[in-house]
Design a protein around this ligand. Structure first.
Ligand SMILES: NC(=O)c1ccc[n+]([C@@H]2O[C@H](COP(=O)([O-])OP(=O)(O)OC[C@H]3O[C@@H](n4cnc5c(N)ncnc54)[C@H](O)[C@@H]3O)[C@@H](O)[C@H]2O)c1
Length: 316
């Protein structure tokens, strides 16, 4: 089929990652239906696409069935940051589980290919570093993060059961920490926290001594990986890790942010939260081998674009 004819649904399309994905799909000529209930997403994220003939927006909650004719489904709907997904944890699990059932049902009815945006959180508090896809994880089923972690794990189960039971073309990506323009300014994530604090000239808060490490994938790299996964060979279902294996301490990140912003903010330390992992880093060997994918944007370049976005947002 010519790419011009491809009808694609993006659930969670008005969110951080979803809006970038919609943008890429529209640019390559797809007919894009963005589905969102605006829980954490916003119209501002996609307003620049509103005039595009290949773009359509529908306010819809994925916990209810959706009936459309479509060739591909990217299922991203789910709040992603702890402050948002813990706000209404029962709804978070419903979004992951009922949302997956509804979108898989749609894929089955119309014989569409479907990709699930899963997460590195399925590995929980891991005993294996870096995390490989064959590692089953160590997740607390009854904690405050469980609505997200277990919801995403159950969604993966559903994807693979639909594949085995109904021969659906499913694709599962496990996304690691991603940052970039259109992140939420107040979602408690480290990159947006540091950038916003530095731009406002406030103290930049590091939890603990700042020696704990994280890896950060720039949004453009991530979206490229998702697109490659969706178009990968029919029998490859994943799960496949997508993330940037480069590791930085929180102190290094804070210093980089201050440099890019040109800020004179001070770095201050606060007590480490109990559930803060020391380290999380993807093994991306499978993505390299099966998708020919690896991140290309450096942390410095990614931070420059992110800072420019937040500077405009805060001054607007
Ligand atoms: N950003 C990351 O670093 C990261 C890491 C791992 C996994 N992910 C996954 O990627 C996806 C997108 O994350 P994001 O960072 O863009 O988060 P986001 O909160 O910006 O986007 C989620 C979108 O889903 C929408 N949504 C939530 N519940 C919905 C519902 N019931 N029905 C319809 N829409 C609903 C929200 O309004 C929002 O637009 C999520 O599934 C998330 O779990 C993201």
């Amino acid at each position: 089929m010519a790419s011009l004819d491809r009808r694609v649904v993006v659930t969670g399309g008005a969110g951080f990652l979803g809006s970038h994905l919609c943008e890429r799909l529209v640019k390559r000529g797809d007919d894009v239906l963005c589905v969102d209930n605006f829980f954490t997403g916003s119209k501002r994220n996609i307003q620049h696409l509103a005039r595009e003939p290949g773009f359509e927006l529908v306010r819809h909650d994925v916990t209810f069935p959706l009936y459309v004719e479509v060739d591909q489904i990217f299922n991203l709907a789910c709040p992603a940051s702890p402050v948002h997904y813990q706000f209404d944890p029962v709804q978070t699990t419903k979004t992951s589980v009922h949302g997956a059932i509804n979108m898989l049902g749609l894929a089955k009815r119309v014989k569409a290919r479907i990709l699930q945006a899963s997460t590195s959180e399925v590995y929980g508090d891991p005993e294996v570093h870096p995390q490989v896809e064959s590692y089953w994880g160590r997740v607390n089923p009854i904690g405050r993060r469980s609505c997200y972690d277990e919801g995403k794990r159950c969604a993966e189960t559903l994807f693979f059961d639909y594949q085995r039971q109904h021969a659906l073309e499913v694709k599962v990506v496990r996304i690691f920490n991603t940052y970039g323009p259109r992140m939420h300014p107040n979602d408690g994530r480290v990159v947006s926290n540091f950038v916003v604090q530095a731009l406002r000239g406030e103290d930049v808060t590091i939890y603990g001594d700042g020696s704990q490490t994280r890896s950060f994938c720039y949004v453009d790299d991530l979206i490229e990986g998702m697109l490659r996964m969706m178009d990968s060979e029919k029998d490859f279902h994943g799960p496949v890790n997508l993330g940037n294996p480069g590791e930085y301490t929180m102190l290094e990140l804070a210093e980089k942010v201050l440099r890019v912003v040109g800020s004179t903010s001070r770095i201050v330390h606060a007590p480490l939260p109990l559930d803060d992992p020391r380290q999380r880093r993807p093994d991306i060997g499978l993505a390299k081998a099966k998708l020919g994918w690896q991140p290309t944007v450096s942390l410095d370049d990614g931070l420059k674009a992110t800072v420019a976005y937040f500077r405009a947002l805060l001054s607007g």
